[in-house]
Design a protein around this ligand. Structure first.
Ligand SMILES: Cc1cc2nc3c(=O)[nH]c(=O)nc-3n(C[C@H](O)[C@H](O)[C@H](O)COP(=O)(O)OP(=O)(O)OC[C@H]3O[C@@H](n4cnc5c(N)ncnc54)[C@H](O)[C@@H]3O)c2cc1C
Length: 381
Protein backbone atom coordinates (compact mmCIF):
# COMPACT_ATOMS: atom_id res chain seq x y z
CA UNK A 1 0.00 0.00 0.00
CA UNK A 2 2.80 2.41 0.85
CA UNK A 3 5.20 3.60 -1.82
CA UNK A 4 8.91 2.76 -1.91
CA UNK A 5 9.70 6.33 -0.81
CA UNK A 6 7.66 5.78 2.37
CA UNK A 7 9.56 2.63 3.27
CA UNK A 8 12.86 4.39 2.63
CA UNK A 9 11.76 7.35 4.72
CA UNK A 10 10.77 5.05 7.60
CA UNK A 11 14.24 3.46 7.53
CA UNK A 12 15.87 6.90 7.58
CA UNK A 13 13.82 8.02 10.58
CA UNK A 14 14.39 4.72 12.39
CA UNK A 15 18.16 5.16 12.01
CA UNK A 16 17.93 8.73 13.30
CA UNK A 17 15.77 7.72 16.27
CA UNK A 18 18.09 4.86 17.17
CA UNK A 19 21.09 7.15 17.21
CA UNK A 20 19.69 10.41 18.57
CA UNK A 21 16.51 9.74 20.56
CA UNK A 22 16.61 6.20 21.94
CA UNK A 23 19.71 6.59 24.15
CA UNK A 24 18.07 9.31 26.29
CA UNK A 25 14.35 8.43 26.07
CA UNK A 26 14.16 6.85 29.54
CA UNK A 27 16.40 9.47 31.12
CA UNK A 28 14.47 12.56 30.00
CA UNK A 29 11.28 10.98 31.34
CA UNK A 30 12.93 10.20 34.66
CA UNK A 31 14.39 13.69 35.00
CA UNK A 32 11.33 15.47 33.56
CA UNK A 33 13.79 17.27 31.32
CA UNK A 34 12.91 18.80 27.97
CA UNK A 35 15.73 17.72 25.63
CA UNK A 36 16.69 21.01 23.96
CA UNK A 37 19.70 19.26 22.46
CA UNK A 38 17.34 17.29 20.16
CA UNK A 39 16.07 20.40 18.39
CA UNK A 40 19.01 21.06 16.06
CA UNK A 41 19.44 17.44 14.85
CA UNK A 42 15.67 17.15 14.40
CA UNK A 43 15.67 20.39 12.40
CA UNK A 44 18.59 19.17 10.26
CA UNK A 45 16.76 15.98 9.25
CA UNK A 46 13.58 17.96 8.53
CA UNK A 47 11.47 16.88 11.48
CA UNK A 48 10.81 20.47 12.55
CA UNK A 49 9.58 21.58 9.14
CA UNK A 50 7.57 18.69 7.73
CA UNK A 51 4.71 21.01 6.66
CA UNK A 52 6.80 24.06 5.67
CA UNK A 53 7.56 24.69 2.01
CA UNK A 54 11.14 25.02 0.79
CA UNK A 55 10.51 28.70 0.06
CA UNK A 56 10.40 29.29 3.83
CA UNK A 57 13.28 26.96 4.68
CA UNK A 58 11.26 23.78 5.19
CA UNK A 59 11.73 20.18 4.14
CA UNK A 60 8.13 19.34 3.25
CA UNK A 61 6.91 15.76 3.04
CA UNK A 62 3.52 14.21 2.37
CA UNK A 63 1.18 13.42 5.26
CA UNK A 64 1.84 9.66 5.13
CA UNK A 65 5.55 10.35 5.64
CA UNK A 66 4.72 12.82 8.38
CA UNK A 67 2.66 10.15 10.14
CA UNK A 68 5.50 7.66 9.73
CA UNK A 69 7.92 10.14 11.32
CA UNK A 70 5.69 10.78 14.36
CA UNK A 71 4.98 7.04 14.64
CA UNK A 72 8.65 6.04 14.61
CA UNK A 73 9.72 8.76 17.05
CA UNK A 74 6.84 7.95 19.44
CA UNK A 75 7.59 4.23 19.22
CA UNK A 76 10.75 5.02 21.17
CA UNK A 77 9.93 8.29 22.94
CA UNK A 78 6.39 9.59 23.46
CA UNK A 79 7.70 12.87 24.87
CA UNK A 80 9.57 13.66 21.67
CA UNK A 81 6.57 12.45 19.65
CA UNK A 82 4.23 15.01 21.19
CA UNK A 83 6.87 17.74 20.95
CA UNK A 84 7.08 17.16 17.20
CA UNK A 85 3.36 16.66 16.62
CA UNK A 86 2.48 19.88 18.47
CA UNK A 87 5.21 21.96 16.81
CA UNK A 88 4.39 20.85 13.26
CA UNK A 89 0.62 20.33 13.28
CA UNK A 90 -0.44 22.94 15.82
CA UNK A 91 2.30 25.57 15.84
CA UNK A 92 3.46 25.66 12.22
CA UNK A 93 0.34 24.54 10.37
CA UNK A 94 -1.87 27.58 11.11
CA UNK A 95 0.89 29.93 9.93
CA UNK A 96 1.45 27.80 6.80
CA UNK A 97 -2.29 27.58 6.03
CA UNK A 98 -3.62 30.98 7.10
CA UNK A 99 -0.63 33.29 7.47
CA UNK A 100 0.32 36.03 4.98
CA UNK A 101 3.71 36.16 3.33
CA UNK A 102 5.14 38.52 5.97
CA UNK A 103 4.05 36.24 8.80
CA UNK A 104 5.43 33.20 6.99
CA UNK A 105 8.77 34.93 6.43
CA UNK A 106 8.88 36.02 10.06
CA UNK A 107 8.14 32.68 11.72
CA UNK A 108 8.57 29.70 9.40
CA UNK A 109 12.32 29.83 8.67
CA UNK A 110 13.01 30.03 12.41
CA UNK A 111 10.58 27.18 13.09
CA UNK A 112 12.27 25.09 10.40
CA UNK A 113 15.64 25.78 12.03
CA UNK A 114 14.44 24.28 15.32
CA UNK A 115 12.85 27.20 17.17
CA UNK A 116 9.43 26.13 18.27
CA UNK A 117 5.94 27.48 17.69
CA UNK A 118 3.09 26.66 20.11
CA UNK A 119 -0.67 26.57 19.84
CA UNK A 120 -2.84 28.12 22.54
CA UNK A 121 -6.46 27.09 22.40
CA UNK A 122 -7.18 25.47 25.77
CA UNK A 123 -8.15 27.60 28.75
CA UNK A 124 -9.32 26.67 32.24
CA UNK A 125 -12.92 26.98 31.02
CA UNK A 126 -12.42 26.15 27.38
CA UNK A 127 -11.14 22.66 26.59
CA UNK A 128 -13.62 20.51 24.72
CA UNK A 129 -15.79 23.60 24.42
CA UNK A 130 -13.23 25.63 22.49
CA UNK A 131 -15.88 28.24 21.75
CA UNK A 132 -15.91 29.08 25.46
CA UNK A 133 -12.67 31.06 25.08
CA UNK A 134 -12.40 33.80 27.70
CA UNK A 135 -9.21 35.43 26.40
CA UNK A 136 -10.12 38.75 24.83
CA UNK A 137 -8.62 40.89 22.10
CA UNK A 138 -9.98 44.39 22.48
CA UNK A 139 -9.67 46.92 19.68
CA UNK A 140 -8.04 50.12 20.90
CA UNK A 141 -7.28 52.53 18.05
CA UNK A 142 -5.34 50.55 15.47
CA UNK A 143 -4.12 48.01 18.03
CA UNK A 144 -5.42 44.86 19.68
CA UNK A 145 -4.99 44.49 23.44
CA UNK A 146 -4.98 40.83 24.46
CA UNK A 147 -5.75 39.54 27.94
CA UNK A 148 -6.20 35.99 29.18
CA UNK A 149 -4.50 32.69 29.96
CA UNK A 150 -3.99 29.42 28.11
CA UNK A 151 -3.32 26.15 29.89
CA UNK A 152 -1.68 22.78 29.11
CA UNK A 153 0.22 24.29 26.18
CA UNK A 154 2.80 21.95 24.68
CA UNK A 155 6.24 23.52 24.10
CA UNK A 156 5.04 26.73 25.78
CA UNK A 157 8.27 27.39 27.70
CA UNK A 158 10.46 27.03 24.62
CA UNK A 159 8.27 28.43 21.84
CA UNK A 160 9.33 31.69 20.22
CA UNK A 161 5.67 32.45 19.55
CA UNK A 162 2.19 31.08 20.14
CA UNK A 163 -0.74 30.97 17.77
CA UNK A 164 -3.58 31.66 20.16
CA UNK A 165 -7.30 32.30 20.09
CA UNK A 166 -9.06 35.32 21.55
CA UNK A 167 -12.56 36.73 21.48
CA UNK A 168 -12.71 39.78 19.24
CA UNK A 169 -16.35 40.50 20.00
CA UNK A 170 -18.18 40.20 23.28
CA UNK A 171 -21.60 40.48 21.67
CA UNK A 172 -23.43 37.35 22.93
CA UNK A 173 -25.44 37.30 19.69
CA UNK A 174 -22.34 37.45 17.54
CA UNK A 175 -19.33 36.16 19.48
CA UNK A 176 -16.32 36.00 17.24
CA UNK A 177 -13.02 34.30 17.83
CA UNK A 178 -9.86 35.32 16.03
CA UNK A 179 -6.32 33.97 16.02
CA UNK A 180 -3.21 35.97 16.80
CA UNK A 181 0.46 35.11 16.60
CA UNK A 182 2.03 36.37 19.80
CA UNK A 183 5.80 36.54 20.29
CA UNK A 184 7.42 35.42 23.49
CA UNK A 185 9.31 38.70 23.85
CA UNK A 186 6.18 40.86 23.62
CA UNK A 187 5.47 42.86 26.77
CA UNK A 188 2.80 41.15 28.84
CA UNK A 189 3.48 37.66 27.42
CA UNK A 190 4.68 35.31 30.14
CA UNK A 191 5.11 31.60 30.69
CA UNK A 192 3.58 30.30 33.90
CA UNK A 193 3.60 27.04 35.74
CA UNK A 194 5.15 23.96 34.12
CA UNK A 195 2.86 20.96 34.59
CA UNK A 196 3.96 17.91 36.58
CA UNK A 197 2.41 15.25 34.35
CA UNK A 198 1.51 11.55 34.59
CA UNK A 199 3.35 10.84 31.37
CA UNK A 200 5.22 12.53 28.52
CA UNK A 201 7.40 13.91 31.27
CA UNK A 202 10.20 14.82 28.88
CA UNK A 203 7.86 17.12 26.99
CA UNK A 204 7.10 20.68 28.01
CA UNK A 205 3.55 21.62 29.02
CA UNK A 206 2.93 24.97 30.65
CA UNK A 207 0.49 27.82 31.16
CA UNK A 208 0.71 31.05 29.17
CA UNK A 209 -0.46 34.45 30.35
CA UNK A 210 -1.27 37.43 28.18
CA UNK A 211 -1.52 40.65 30.18
CA UNK A 212 -2.30 43.64 27.97
CA UNK A 213 -0.24 42.18 25.12
CA UNK A 214 -0.62 44.93 22.52
CA UNK A 215 -0.27 44.08 18.83
CA UNK A 216 -1.18 45.48 15.44
CA UNK A 217 -3.05 43.80 12.61
CA UNK A 218 0.21 42.22 11.47
CA UNK A 219 -0.24 39.71 14.33
CA UNK A 220 -3.78 38.76 13.30
CA UNK A 221 -3.93 35.42 11.47
CA UNK A 222 -6.26 35.74 8.47
CA UNK A 223 -9.31 37.91 9.07
CA UNK A 224 -11.17 38.90 12.23
CA UNK A 225 -13.66 36.19 13.17
CA UNK A 226 -11.96 33.38 11.28
CA UNK A 227 -10.20 31.95 14.34
CA UNK A 228 -12.69 29.28 15.29
CA UNK A 229 -12.78 27.82 11.78
CA UNK A 230 -8.98 28.01 11.53
CA UNK A 231 -8.67 26.05 14.81
CA UNK A 232 -11.10 23.35 13.65
CA UNK A 233 -9.17 22.91 10.40
CA UNK A 234 -5.91 22.80 12.37
CA UNK A 235 -7.28 20.14 14.72
CA UNK A 236 -8.45 17.97 11.81
CA UNK A 237 -4.83 17.63 10.71
CA UNK A 238 -3.47 17.55 14.25
CA UNK A 239 -5.61 14.53 15.06
CA UNK A 240 -3.76 12.51 12.44
CA UNK A 241 -0.50 13.31 14.22
CA UNK A 242 -1.87 12.38 17.67
CA UNK A 243 -3.20 9.18 16.07
CA UNK A 244 0.29 8.53 14.67
CA UNK A 245 1.75 9.18 18.10
CA UNK A 246 -0.68 6.65 19.62
CA UNK A 247 0.22 4.20 16.89
CA UNK A 248 3.94 4.55 17.69
CA UNK A 249 3.33 4.07 21.39
CA UNK A 250 1.16 1.00 20.70
CA UNK A 251 3.89 -0.44 18.48
CA UNK A 252 6.43 0.28 21.23
CA UNK A 253 4.25 -1.66 23.67
CA UNK A 254 4.03 -4.57 21.24
CA UNK A 255 7.81 -4.44 20.70
CA UNK A 256 8.30 -4.84 24.48
CA UNK A 257 5.76 -7.65 24.78
CA UNK A 258 7.15 -9.56 21.79
CA UNK A 259 10.72 -9.30 22.93
CA UNK A 260 9.85 -10.42 26.44
CA UNK A 261 7.63 -13.26 25.21
CA UNK A 262 10.35 -14.50 22.85
CA UNK A 263 13.23 -14.50 25.35
CA UNK A 264 11.53 -15.47 28.61
CA UNK A 265 11.25 -19.21 29.06
CA UNK A 266 9.04 -21.33 31.26
CA UNK A 267 9.54 -25.08 31.29
CA UNK A 268 12.13 -24.64 28.56
CA UNK A 269 9.78 -22.86 26.14
CA UNK A 270 9.48 -19.12 25.35
CA UNK A 271 6.25 -17.92 26.99
CA UNK A 272 5.04 -16.47 23.66
CA UNK A 273 4.42 -20.04 22.49
CA UNK A 274 1.89 -20.57 25.25
CA UNK A 275 -1.41 -20.15 23.51
CA UNK A 276 -2.89 -17.66 25.98
CA UNK A 277 0.06 -15.30 25.51
CA UNK A 278 0.44 -15.93 21.78
CA UNK A 279 -3.22 -15.03 21.24
CA UNK A 280 -2.81 -11.77 23.18
CA UNK A 281 0.15 -10.85 20.97
CA UNK A 282 -1.86 -11.69 17.86
CA UNK A 283 -4.75 -9.46 18.98
CA UNK A 284 -2.44 -6.57 19.80
CA UNK A 285 -0.67 -6.82 16.44
CA UNK A 286 -3.95 -7.04 14.52
CA UNK A 287 -5.45 -3.99 16.25
CA UNK A 288 -2.26 -2.01 15.74
CA UNK A 289 -2.24 -2.84 12.04
CA UNK A 290 -5.87 -1.74 11.74
CA UNK A 291 -5.00 1.54 13.49
CA UNK A 292 -2.08 2.00 11.11
CA UNK A 293 -4.35 1.59 8.09
CA UNK A 294 -6.76 4.21 9.47
CA UNK A 295 -3.93 6.68 10.07
CA UNK A 296 -2.51 6.19 6.59
CA UNK A 297 -5.98 6.41 5.02
CA UNK A 298 -6.64 9.74 6.80
CA UNK A 299 -3.17 10.94 5.73
CA UNK A 300 -3.80 10.03 2.11
CA UNK A 301 -7.20 11.73 2.15
CA UNK A 302 -5.59 14.91 3.50
CA UNK A 303 -2.98 14.81 0.74
CA UNK A 304 -5.68 14.15 -1.88
CA UNK A 305 -7.47 17.27 -0.54
CA UNK A 306 -10.74 15.42 -0.01
CA UNK A 307 -12.73 15.99 3.21
CA UNK A 308 -10.95 14.00 5.91
CA UNK A 309 -12.38 15.36 9.14
CA UNK A 310 -14.39 12.21 9.97
CA UNK A 311 -11.50 9.92 9.00
CA UNK A 312 -8.94 11.80 11.09
CA UNK A 313 -11.29 11.65 14.10
CA UNK A 314 -11.81 7.90 13.52
CA UNK A 315 -8.07 7.32 13.15
CA UNK A 316 -7.25 9.24 16.34
CA UNK A 317 -10.09 7.64 18.30
CA UNK A 318 -9.25 4.11 17.29
CA UNK A 319 -5.47 4.42 17.47
CA UNK A 320 -5.53 6.03 20.91
CA UNK A 321 -7.88 3.41 22.35
CA UNK A 322 -5.81 0.60 20.79
CA UNK A 323 -2.68 2.17 22.24
CA UNK A 324 -4.18 2.34 25.73
CA UNK A 325 -5.19 -1.34 25.50
CA UNK A 326 -1.79 -2.36 24.08
CA UNK A 327 0.12 -0.54 26.81
CA UNK A 328 -1.93 -2.23 29.54
CA UNK A 329 -1.55 -5.62 27.85
CA UNK A 330 2.22 -5.19 27.59
CA UNK A 331 2.47 -4.64 31.34
CA UNK A 332 0.31 -7.69 31.99
CA UNK A 333 2.47 -9.85 29.73
CA UNK A 334 5.70 -8.63 31.30
CA UNK A 335 4.43 -9.00 34.85
CA UNK A 336 6.62 -7.27 37.43
CA UNK A 337 9.20 -6.43 34.76
CA UNK A 338 6.55 -4.34 33.05
CA UNK A 339 5.69 -2.47 36.21
CA UNK A 340 9.03 -0.90 37.07
CA UNK A 341 11.48 1.32 35.23
CA UNK A 342 14.03 -0.97 33.65
CA UNK A 343 15.12 -2.35 30.31
CA UNK A 344 11.52 -2.57 29.04
CA UNK A 345 9.75 0.80 28.69
CA UNK A 346 6.26 -0.70 29.21
CA UNK A 347 5.44 1.42 32.27
CA UNK A 348 6.60 4.64 30.53
CA UNK A 349 4.47 3.83 27.50
CA UNK A 350 1.47 3.11 29.76
CA UNK A 351 1.87 6.56 31.37
CA UNK A 352 2.52 8.35 28.07
CA UNK A 353 -0.32 6.86 26.12
CA UNK A 354 -3.26 8.30 28.07
CA UNK A 355 -2.70 11.75 26.59
CA UNK A 356 -3.66 10.41 23.16
CA UNK A 357 -7.23 9.93 24.41
CA UNK A 358 -7.31 13.52 25.71
CA UNK A 359 -5.26 15.93 23.56
CA UNK A 360 -6.77 17.53 20.44
CA UNK A 361 -10.18 16.39 21.55
CA UNK A 362 -11.04 13.61 23.97
CA UNK A 363 -12.46 10.31 22.73
CA UNK A 364 -15.95 11.64 23.51
CA UNK A 365 -15.30 14.65 21.27
CA UNK A 366 -14.05 12.37 18.46
CA UNK A 367 -17.27 10.37 18.78
CA UNK A 368 -19.25 13.63 18.53
CA UNK A 369 -17.33 14.68 15.40
CA UNK A 370 -17.83 11.26 13.78
CA UNK A 371 -21.50 10.84 14.68
CA UNK A 372 -22.40 14.39 13.60
CA UNK A 373 -20.68 13.84 10.27
CA UNK A 374 -22.43 10.49 9.79
CA UNK A 375 -25.82 12.07 10.50
CA UNK A 376 -25.06 15.04 8.26
CA UNK A 377 -24.43 12.70 5.34
CA UNK A 378 -27.84 11.08 5.92
CA UNK A 379 -29.55 14.49 6.01
CA UNK A 380 -27.77 15.57 2.84
CA UNK A 381 -28.77 12.41 0.94
C1 LIG B 1 -0.08 16.82 27.81
C2 LIG B 1 -1.10 17.76 27.23
C3 LIG B 1 -0.73 18.60 26.20
C4 LIG B 1 -1.64 19.52 25.68
N1 LIG B 1 -1.25 20.40 24.70
C5 LIG B 1 -2.10 21.39 24.30
C6 LIG B 1 -1.66 22.39 23.39
O1 LIG B 1 -0.52 22.39 22.91
N2 LIG B 1 -2.54 23.37 23.06
C7 LIG B 1 -3.81 23.42 23.55
O2 LIG B 1 -4.54 24.34 23.22
N3 LIG B 1 -4.27 22.46 24.41
C8 LIG B 1 -3.44 21.45 24.80
N4 LIG B 1 -3.87 20.49 25.69
C9 LIG B 1 -5.23 20.55 26.20
C10 LIG B 1 -6.14 19.48 25.60
O3 LIG B 1 -6.38 19.73 24.25
C11 LIG B 1 -7.42 19.44 26.45
O4 LIG B 1 -7.06 18.86 27.68
C12 LIG B 1 -8.53 18.66 25.79
O5 LIG B 1 -9.04 19.33 24.68
C13 LIG B 1 -9.69 18.37 26.76
O6 LIG B 1 -10.09 19.54 27.37
P1 LIG B 1 -10.22 19.62 28.96
O7 LIG B 1 -8.98 19.04 29.53
O8 LIG B 1 -10.54 21.02 29.31
O9 LIG B 1 -11.40 18.66 29.33
P2 LIG B 1 -12.94 19.04 29.42
O10 LIG B 1 -13.37 19.69 28.16
O11 LIG B 1 -13.17 19.77 30.69
O12 LIG B 1 -13.61 17.61 29.50
C14 LIG B 1 -13.73 16.86 30.70
C15 LIG B 1 -14.48 15.57 30.37
O13 LIG B 1 -15.80 15.89 29.87
C16 LIG B 1 -15.99 15.28 28.60
N5 LIG B 1 -16.79 16.15 27.75
C17 LIG B 1 -16.64 17.49 27.57
N6 LIG B 1 -17.53 17.96 26.69
C18 LIG B 1 -18.27 16.90 26.28
C19 LIG B 1 -19.35 16.72 25.38
N7 LIG B 1 -19.86 17.75 24.70
N8 LIG B 1 -19.87 15.47 25.21
C20 LIG B 1 -19.37 14.42 25.90
N9 LIG B 1 -18.34 14.52 26.78
C21 LIG B 1 -17.80 15.73 26.97
C22 LIG B 1 -14.59 15.10 28.04
O14 LIG B 1 -14.56 14.07 27.08
C23 LIG B 1 -13.79 14.76 29.29
O15 LIG B 1 -13.95 13.40 29.58
C24 LIG B 1 -2.98 19.55 26.18
C25 LIG B 1 -3.35 18.66 27.20
C26 LIG B 1 -2.43 17.79 27.74
C27 LIG B 1 -2.87 16.88 28.85
Amino acid sequence: MLEKKHHEYRERIQAFVKEQIAPRAAQIDLEQRFPVEYLKPMADIGLMSMLISEEYGGQPIDTVSYSIAVEEVSRVCGSTGITLAAHNSLGCFPVVAFGDDKQKKRYLPRAAAGEMLAFGLTEPEAGSDAGGTKTTAERKGDKWVINGSKCFITNASYAIATVGTAKTSDDPKDPTISCFILDKEMEGYSVGKKENKLGLRGSDTATLHFDDVTVGDESLLGKVGEGFKQMLITLDGGRISIGAMALGLAQGALDCALKYAAVTKQNGKPIGFRQAIGFELATMATEIEAARLLIYEASMMKDAKVPFSRMSAMAKLYASEVATRSAAKAIELLGEVGYYTGPYPAERIWRDVKLCEIGEGTSEIQRLVISRDLLKSVKEA
